[in-house]
Ligand binder design. Sequence first.
Ligand code: ATP
Ligand code: MG
Length: 314
Amino acid sequence: MITKHGMSPATALILYNYNGKVFASTRAVAGAADAFFRLLLSSERVYQLMESSDFSRESFGDKSLDAVSGDIALQNVRFSYHNKGFAPVPVIKNMNLHIPAGESVALIGRSGCGKSTVLSLISRLYEPNGGSITLDGANIATLDQDTIRNNIGMVTQAPYLFSMSLRDNFRLIKSDVTDEEIVDVCKTACVHGDIMNLPDGYDTMIGEGGAMLSGGQRQRIALARALLKDYPLIMLDEATSALDNETQATIRDAIENMHGKRTVIMVAHRLSTVINCERLFFIENGKILASGTHAELLEVCPEYRRLYAEEASA
Ligand SMILES: Nc1ncnc2c1ncn2[C@@H]1O[C@H](COP(=O)(O)OP(=O)(O)OP(=O)(O)O)[C@@H](O)[C@H]1O
Ligand SMILES: [Mg+2]
């Protein structure tokens, strides 16, 4: 430009100096545009997911109950999972059971017999294809979302914890929770000792999804979290990942601690965890095959006897 078009060296120097800045600003604008288009794309995907007809919509009734006592009953409940491209297979077939308020019971049976499915139906994650489920005598299909979510607590097989300190995980559930309350529920859930062994106790950062903790610890913390909400009905789907004897014993103690104060439905993968429960429901092939105490089941139910013998010899 200087030799052919008469640009002055001063102008050339100024342009040269600003060169970096011009490029940086252009890059910043381009980066913002990029982020903006990614945002558009992501939100489009999220909306597609929310509006997809592949997933059934949650529906609730409009009835609310106050002072729920936690009496739960299933009458002739039938259920199959409906997945696109697969023929529905009946998973729950005409199931009947009644759990009075304050009782601790266990659902037992072989892997895949439908235990977790029963818990999902009671917490209304799925809707039965037939029959009815009642909470304190009211069909849960008629109850509003708050009544269901504030009275039925579920601790799943793989509960999610957030990547923050343990204390903050509890604060998410109850913003004004005191340290005493946290320690209290953790003692009931038999996880206080584990937490005191962590490097920073209740202030330990537990990593993404609670990565720093074992499956059993994660589950007892999730149980403590549920206790903080004081649900009249708590369902606990025992973690399959941590089946050492110590975990079993602590879960057993936690159930003892909750006894009589609320209704507890426990899914156990080992009979020894729940041998002392007031009542066991033995599920086979989507039906309750027998119910009663461990001793009663041993007496009346050959299939239970077989399962118990298999476990004892394992
Ligand atoms: N989302 C799903 N879609 C289709 N089938 C499913 C789904 N979830 C579970 N099933 C099927 O339903 C049956 C019951 O499953 P469920 O998870 O209730 O068993 P489970 O008794 O809890 O087993 P486990 O002891 O291994 O946890 C199984 O045959 C399983 O393959
Ligand atoms: Mg299960």
